[in-house]
Design a protein around this ligand. Structure first.
Ligand SMILES: *[C@@H]1O[C@H](CO)[C@@H](O)[C@H](O)[C@H]1NC(C)=O
Ligand SMILES: *[C@@H]1O[C@H](CO)[C@@H](O)[C@H](O)[C@H]1NC(C)=O
Ligand SMILES: *[C@@H]1O[C@H](CO)[C@@H](O)[C@H](O)[C@H]1NC(C)=O
Ligand SMILES: *[C@@H]1O[C@H](CO)[C@@H](O)[C@H](O)[C@H]1NC(C)=O
Length: 961
């Protein structure tokens, strides 16, 4: 029915055209024509929104006396001054064609309205008026990339001179009119990316001059006309992304000029005609995602120009045609998702131009021979999910352009070649589901562009190389289901882009690095089925984006972080651990069990203890959680101890018990912090000595109360920091046993050292005399070792920030122990908005005055001061000045007052050592932090007694570069 209306309208437009022709032939005078054109353009302009003001030159100023619009923007005229070209491409116009008087432009040859916002009046009427068929001289019509709707009017059949018809990227509907076959001159027809439906009219086969036919991305159905091969001039046939069905017509073999055949994403069936092998110019063949069966054409690359060949997602079978093996022009190949078979190394050749190949999901077999290392331009190599055996040849390392290597789901054995670490273009490396063994090469840490690494489900063993922490662009890291062991590298915490981390089903041990709290992009974290121990870092509370977490079947304990992903996790994702608690379904709340134990008497606070398991021979390490936080949780439920695993129960109850007990005992032992027990005072707190009922002595540093002021400030980093510090063991560092916080007092519990601080000893005449030269050298060595350890062996390094003689404690054997390590940082964290704790005046490096950046080199400076103080017996203010002004430190030219005069001046070997220390101390005091040695250097030089001056010279040499 619609057809008949169109026919009527069509004949009406013929009538109109006739009238126009008659009238224009009457008034040949060009002035009349132009006046008509001027008026028509101005009327159309008035209906448009000229958003970029391109049409200002289309002015009515001189109208009607203006005789020609030929000088206007976008308009060109023929010699008779009649409009022949209107080119308004990309002019920001909005409006319709309904006010455009087509009959006013009898000489229009080129009409270009592409890339504007031309739309229809409403969805019922065609946005392209029937009258457009009047443009009988039209050669090129560009309406592409607008918002045109409706059907193409049949009057288009009148545009007999039309060579180019571009209507792509609009919203046209309906079928492609039969009349299209009348456009006998047409060479380029592009209607892609619309909503055309119906079948392809057979009449299209009449367009003998057609070189370009693009109908892709529509809703066309039915078969491709059998006679399509009569389009002998066709270079590009692109009818893909439709619903076309039926076979690929054999007549296609007649299109001898065809270069591009693009029929992917339709419903074509049958086999790919063998005659396609006769198309000698075929460079692009894309038949992917159809329902094609059978073998590939034998002569596929006979013409020697085939570059892009995609046949993925069909049901094709058989071996690769031989012509493909020698097809050196290949650039992009996709054959994935078929049932091809054959030996991967015999049936493929070397392809010097190959950029991309995907052979995944087929039945290829054999080994990846070294031949695959010869297609040197390859960026993408995928042979996943086949039956590939053997190992990954190191020759793959020649493919230096490789972005993606996917060999997953095969039967590969052997190790991951280290040379893969040289392929620095890698973005994705996917080797999962094979039987690869050995270690994850540390060299993979060089692949700094890597975004995706999947090595899961192999037999990889030993530790995860910490070099993976260099892969700062990584989004997805899956190492699950291997035999990986040891700790999780702290450096992985640097991967700020990581959104998926799966390390599950391995044998990873130790704690989850607190540094994981830096993984700010993390969405999914799977650590289940490992041997991870310790507390889940509370800093995970900061990972706002975390959506999925599974930490089940490890040896974790303590509260789960205050994070939605943890709190909303199903119990399956948390179970199988050693006493996780917290606010999640199926977990015990993190409260102590009141009224059951004698120690839980009437105390007005609750202490929850995060546990640090007891270390043999050392006082039970206790880590008391925060009263303040847990006070808010009113419903302290009884924990259901009977249900717990016996071991789990033991650990938990003991820790709760000991933590609370410790608090009480310390308060009792110091008689609520009586002055009598005070053994020192510092900027950060007062130190007490407490003898516990077990006869263990501890030093308790009660923090100034302002540092615990009811804020939750102690929680995150602070607790982590404490956790980190309690883990540090070095003979020259005072051990931190734990931290207790309570609304009344917060304190740090340290190892007690008999002889107290170096400062107090140097102040005391008698004690200072006891401290002979060799003891003093030993103290300086100890401090150097301790600092070197904290700066170089702990990751991340910990800077002390406040090295003074007051912070160096001595044990019974005069061994030096640095106390308060990390305290400065702790207190800074704890006291959120308070000014940073700075070091002690006189020991602070000069740069601290102008840059607040605290580096290891600040400690080096303080160490220099301290070393001089130990030699001099008192704070060496004048000595620093005189030493720094001296050109060279030698035994012969030392300042007079350099040695502590309470001792006999040093001689012999000890003098030599002291001079070395003196030289080091001066190097440490260099005003420019860059030129100071590191503590590692210092500790090395101090330890080696031989060739001291050489080593020192070496260091100084390197410093002074
Ligand atoms: C147009 O031309 C006519 C005579 O041809 C004249 O009378 C009139 O003033 C002109 N108008 C303008 C706007 O120039
Ligand atoms: C219109 O102009 C653009 C450049 O301004 C040009 O690329 C295009 O070919 C022109 N269209 C016609 C039909 O001449
Ligand atoms: C593919 O073709 C087979 C017949 O060869 C037919 O049974 C099947 O439905 C087709 N599948 C699709 C998705 O068109
Ligand atoms: C092959 O495809 C690539 C991109 O996919 C394209 O750049 C190249 O021009 C194509 N080759 C031919 C011959 O069309």
């Amino acid at each position: 029915m619609g057809g008949s209306i169109f026919e009527k309208l069509g004949s009406l437009s013929f009538l109109i055209m006739f009238v126009v022709l008659v009238s224009s032939s009457k008034g040949v005078a060009s002035a009349t024509v132009s006046t008509d054109e001027v008026g028509a353009l101005l009327r159309w302009k008035a209906s448009l929104q000229d958003t970029q003001s391109h049409l200002t030159s289309w002015s009515a100023q001189h109208f009607p006396n203006e005789t020609s619009p030929c000088t206007w923007f976008a308009i060109s005229c023929n010699t008779a001054k009649s409009v022949s070209t209107i080119n308004l491409t990309m002019s920001g116009l909005q409006g319709t064609l309904h006010e455009f008087s087509f009959s006013s432009f009898p000489n229009l040859e080129h009409f270009d309205l592409s890339m504007n916002s031309i739309f229809g009046r409403n969805i019922l009427t065609s946005s392209v008026p029937l009258e457009m068929g009047n443009l009988s001289e039209l050669v090129e019509l560009y309406l592409n990339t607008n918002k045109l709707t409706g059907q193409i009017p049949q009057t288009f059949g009148n545009l007999r001179k039309l060579k180019v018809l571009y209507m792509f990227e609009n919203m046209f509907v309906g079928s492609i009119p039969l009349e299209i076959g009348k456009l006998a001159s047409l060479s380029n027809l592009s209607l892609h990316t619309n909503n055309f439906s119906g079948s392809l009219p057979d009449s299209i086969c009449d367009l003998r001059h057609l070189a370009l036919l693009e109908l892709y991305r529509n809703n066309l159905s039915g078969p491709i006309p059998e006679n399509i091969g009569s389009l002998k001039s066709l270079l590009v046939l692109n009818v893909g992304e439709n619903q076309l069905s039926g076979p690929i017509p054999i007549s296609i073999g007649n299109m001898s000029k065809l270069q591009v055949l693009y029929i992917r994403n339709s419903k074509l069936s049958g086999s790919i005609p063998q005659v396609i092998g006769d198309l000698m110019n075929l460079a692009v063949l894309r038949v992917a995602s159809n329902n094609l069966t059978g073998h590939l054409p034998q002569n596929l690359c006979k013409g020697g120009v085939l570059a892009n060949f995609t046949a993925n997602g069909n049901r094709l079978v058989g071996r690769m045609p031989e012509s493909l093996r020698n097809c050196t022009t290949l650039y992009r190949v996709r054959l994935d998702g078929n049932q091809f078979t054959g030996n991967i190394s015999e049936d493929f050749g070397e392809y010097p131009n190959l950029d991309y190949i995907n052979l995944s999901d087929n039945k290829f077999y054999g080994e990846i021979s070294e031949k695959w290392g010869k297609s040197l331009r390859l960026k993408n190599l995928e042979i996943a999910a086949n039956n590939i055996t053997g190992s990954i040849p190191p020759e793959i390392g020649n493919l230096t352009q490789l972005h993606l290597l996917n060999l997953s789901w095969n039967h590969l054995v052997g190790t991951i070649p280290m040379v893969l670490g040289e392929l620095t273009s890698f973005v994705k490396l996917i080797l999962n589901d094979n039987q690869l063994s050995g270690v994850i090469p540390q060299e993979l840490g060089s692949l700094t562009d890597l975004e995706f690494l999947d090595l899961s489900k192999n037999n990889l063993s030993q530790s995860i190389p910490s070099s993976l922490g260099n892969l700062v662009n990584m989004h997805h890291l899956n190492l699950s289901s291997n035999k990986l062991s040891q700790g999780t590298p702290i450096k992985l915490g640097q991967l700020k882009q990581l959104s998926v981390v799966d390390l599950s089903h391995n044998s990873l041990s130790q704690e989850i690095p607190t540094e994981f709290c830096n993984l700010e992009s993390l969405l999914t974290l799977n650590l289940c089925h490992n041997n991870l121990s310790g507390v889940v870092p509370q800093t995970f509370a900061d990972l706002r984006g975390l959506e999925f977490v599974d930490i089940s079947y490890n040896r974790l304990w303590g509260p789960i972080p205050e994070n939605r992903a943890f709190q909303e996790a199903p119990i399956e994702a948390l179970q199988g651990n050693q006493g996780l608690c917290g606010n999640a379904t199926g977990l015990q709340p993190c409260t102590m069990t009141p009224a059951k134990k004698k120690h839980s008497s009437n105390i007005g606070y609750k202490v929850v203890c995060l546990v640090v398991p007891p270390v043999a021979g050392v006082l039970i390490l206790v880590f008391c959680g925060i009263c303040i936080t847990y006070r808010r949780k009113k419903n302290c439920q009884k924990s259901d101890e009977e249900d717990m695993h016996p071991k789990e129960f033991e650990l938990r109850s003991m820790s709760i018990f000991e933590g609370k007990l410790l608090y009480e005992e310390i308060v009792k032992a110091t008689e609520d912090f009586e002055d009598a027990y005070c053994i020192g005072k510092g900027g950060t707190g007062i130190v007490y000595k407490a003898k516990l009922p077990s006869n263990d002595l501890v030093a308790v540093k009660k923090l100034h109360s302002t540092h615990c002021d009811g804020e939750r400030s102690f929680e995150k980093e602070f607790l982590n920091e404490v956790m980190a510090l309690t883990g540090i063991r070095h003979r020259n560092i005072v051990k931190l046993y734990g931290f207790c916080s309570h609304s009344r007092h917060s304190f740090l519990v340290y190892e007690y050292l008999e002889r107290g601080s170096l400062f107090s000893i140097l102040c005391n005449e008698e004690a200072a005399k006891e401290l002979d030269w060799s003891k003093r050298v030993n103290i300086i060595k100890g401090v150097a070792h301790g600092l070197s350890y904290m700066h170089s062996d702990v990751s991340p390094p910990i800077v002390h920030r406040d090295i003074t003689s007051k912070n160096i404690l001595l044990d019974a054997e005069y061994e030096a122990c640095i106390s308060d390590f990390g305290t400065a940082k702790l207190l800074e964290l704890g006291a959120s908005n308070r000014t940073a704790v700075v070091g002690t005046f006189g020991y602070v490096a000069p740069e601290h005055a102008y840059t607040l950046k605290v580096t290891e080199k600040c400690d080096v400076y303080s160490f220099g001061v301290l070393a001089l103080e130990v030699m001099n017996g008192k704070y060496p203010s004048d000595l620093i000045r005189s030493l720094l002004s001296q050109a060279e430190i030698r035994e012969g030219n030392l300042p007079e007052d350099v040695w502590d005069d309470r001792l006999e001046p040093p001689t012999g070997k000890i003098l030599e050592e002291l001079v070395t220390v003196l030289m080091l101390a001066v190097a440490c005091l260099h005003p420019n932090p860059q030129f100071r040695p590191t503590m590692f250097d210092v500790s090395q030089v101090i330890t080696m007694h031989i060739d001291l001056s050489d080593r020192l010279g070496l260091i100084q040499g390197s410093i002074c570069v």
